[in-house]
Design a protein around this ligand. Structure first.
Ligand code: SF4
Length: 428
């Protein structure tokens, strides 16, 4: 191995993680393998986790021949099996390569996480990723569990009849939702889930998965529509105690919020009757421009539109929308801009798709034509091999430009476009 090369990382049959300098670390995009180097590798950020990938063998690069090779077994224990290893990185970082692996026959789909390419050199782990946001609002090291517990007790005592309080308590304590924890700490973004239903069935929906899939949803979807008064009560409480508050509809534990637009509209009017302070945001699939227009009329300030692609058929193959298509999404963005709203795209990024030339060019056009204000880069939590199968792109050989280059290209084309991860605050 070259002196400055990064070594492959694998796990033994007990889950212990090792480096193996006999092969160089490798990344994967769209099922193809790539050499990893200092251009995209960064020291593994604090709060990252390493996952071993059952049913997947690590793939590395032979330093002599340059060929990519599957590690069939534990190189330190003859006859013992081994597994590929991936990194799950914290908010604010976007993956540039997925972990490189070969599936063994019959391997089940990976659960709903993002699987970054990991490497080892100089006594530490590295990951192929780019920093997109410096904001530390979801940094678990800054969230004190005992303060969250007292926040929960306080809110329960203050609002004993408000059904959102126990729901958010579950989000904070069981689902480990950073927004919910911060809400009980009285800071940043107050999540207000409202909709138990959705008009899409995303392949990687974290709040509802149909029976028969290999993996479960990771959160329990809200089972009731809160009253406008319940929403306004918590929203106003949060607005009063945070200097730059955000109240946010459309959370991981719900369906599509604009399907509860009647309730949300009433709630926003109740809030805005009392104060113009703070941002009121909706995270949405943007399928219902008319509903969005009503929410802006009531006092909504921000919208974050989630999408994996601006192109049919890739949008539909992932979102499986019922009764709308991606043209409605674009219309919603224009409606929001006409209403004076701040529009973010929650761009669900998968190395090899998001940084493919055709996707990037279409995305850049979409941003320019529709006057998008911000791109929030989210790692798509989905099996990085199955994703290309679901999209019908397995074996496709699209030209790739690279994730850092895709970010740079947007910055060059739109100097005022914000890049980041979190919803922006409104200065009051
Ligand atoms: S739009 Fe959101 S709630 Fe609806 S299926 Fe997709 S991820 Fe799930």
């Amino acid at each position: 191995m070259k002196k400055d090369a990064f070594a492959l990382v694998f796990a033994d049959d007990k889950g212990k993680v090792y480096d193996f300098p006999g092969l160089e670390a490798t990344g994967m995009k769209a099922g193809r393998f790539f050499e990893l180097n200092a251009a995209t590798l960064v020291p593994l950020p604090e709060s990252s986790e390493l996952f071993l990938l059952p049913g997947r063998l690590p793939v590395g690069r032979d330093p002599e021949t340059g060929a990519f090779r599957t590690l069939e077994g534990d190189p330190y224990s003859a006859g013992s099996p081994c597994s590929a290893v991936a990194a799950f990185i914290p908010p604010g970082w976007t993956l540039a390569h997925s972990a490189a692996f070969a599936e063994v026959p019959g391997a089940k789909a990976l659960p709903l996480f993002a699987y970054g390419a990991v490497a080892f050199r100089d006594g530490r782990f590295w990951v192929s990723a780019v920093r997109v946001d410096e904001d530390a609002r979801h940094d678990e090291r800054l969230i004190d569990p005992s303060a969250v517990a007292s926040g929960i007790a306080g809110l329960r005592a203050l609002f004993p009849k408000n059904r959102l309080v126990p729901h958010l308590e579950n989000c904070a304590t069981v689902n480990a939702c950073a927004n919910a924890k911060n809400f009980f700490l009285g800071r940043f973004e107050a999540p207000v889930p409202t909709s138990p239903v959705c008009n899409a069935q995303c392949q990687g929906c974290i709040s509802l998965q149909p029976d028969g899939r290999d993996f479960p949803a990771t959160q329990k979807r809200i089972s009731f529509v809160p009253d406008p008064e319940e929403i306004a009560e918590l929203a106003l409480f949060h607005i009063d105690r945070e200097s730059a508050p955000i109240v946010s509809f459309g959370q991981g534990c719900e369906g599509e919020p604009t399907l509860a637009a009647d309730t949300i509209e009433k709630a926003i009017r109740l809030i805005r009757r009392r104060t113009s302070k703070g941002a009121i945001n909706v995270n949405t699939n943007a399928s219902r421009p008319e509903a969005l227009a009503r929410l802006f009329d009531a006092g909504l300030t921000n919208v974050r539109v989630s999408l994996n692609s601006v192109r049919e058929p890739y949008y539909s193959r992932y979102y499986q929308p019922r009764g709308y298509d991606v043209t409605r999404v674009a219309e919603s963005v224009r409606v929001a801009k006409r209403a004076g709203g701040f529009v973010s795209l929650n761009y669900l990024s998968m190395p090899g798709f998001t940084d493919s030339k055709p996707e990037h060019e279409a995305f850049r056009r979409f941003v320019g034509e529709n006057g998008v204000d911000m791109v929030q880069w989210r790692n798509l939590n989905y099996d990085p091999v199955r994703y290309f199968r679901e999209l019908g792109l397995e074996g496709a050989d699209e030209e790739l430009i690279g994730v850092p280059e895709a970010l740079e290209s947007l910055r060059d084309a739109f100097p005022h476009l914000r890049m980041g991860y979190f919803n922006p605050v409104k200065k009051n």
